[in-house]
Ligand binder design. Structure first.
Ligand SMILES: [Zn+2]
Length: 137
């Protein structure tokens, strides 16, 4: 039973899944990606086959979910301060994007890696707690 793999997340692109995989493995969790080779070969099939599946051993599921939560990227303003929700003032604000193609995903990824997220009208903030959505300034 403990050798059973459970899918805990799906990613549209394998590069995204690889980042998360690296983070989980740093904590000693065995990670198995499914369909990433197929999607690397042809990113357009990603939606059709349900994305890259990130799987962990059944015994690691709780742990892995905890880590996934902790590495969620919360949004920062230009000065590196956390964005607060205008409704409840919580700082668990995510950049909610309408990333739908590979090009916008890559610019997101580069922004993520270098700390300069490209803000545009294609993005909105969303408060994780009260679900308020508000525009990027
Ligand atoms: Zn809120």
């Amino acid at each position: 039973m403990s050798q059973t793999f459970v899918t805990i997340a799906r990613y549209q692109y394998s590069s995204e899944a690889q980042i998360v995989k690296g983070r989980l493995e740093a904590d000693g969790i065995t990670v198995f990606l499914r369909d990433n080779i197929t999607i690397d070969t042809d990113p357009l099939v990603s939606n059709a086959i349900g994305g890259v599946k990130l799987k962990v051993l059944a015994k690691d599921v709780t742990n892995a979910r905890e880590i996934l939560r902790s590495i969620k990227v919360y949004s920062l303003d230009d000065n590196g301060n956390a964005i607060s929700c205008p409704n409840c003032n919580n700082q668990h604000v995510e950049l909610y994007s309408t990333i739908t193609d590979f090009k916008s995903f890559m610019s997101f990824l580069i922004g993520f890696l270098f700390g300069t997220l490209p803000f545009s009208t294609r993005y909105q903030y969303k408060c994780e707690d009260c679900k308020t959505e508000f525009p990027v300034k």
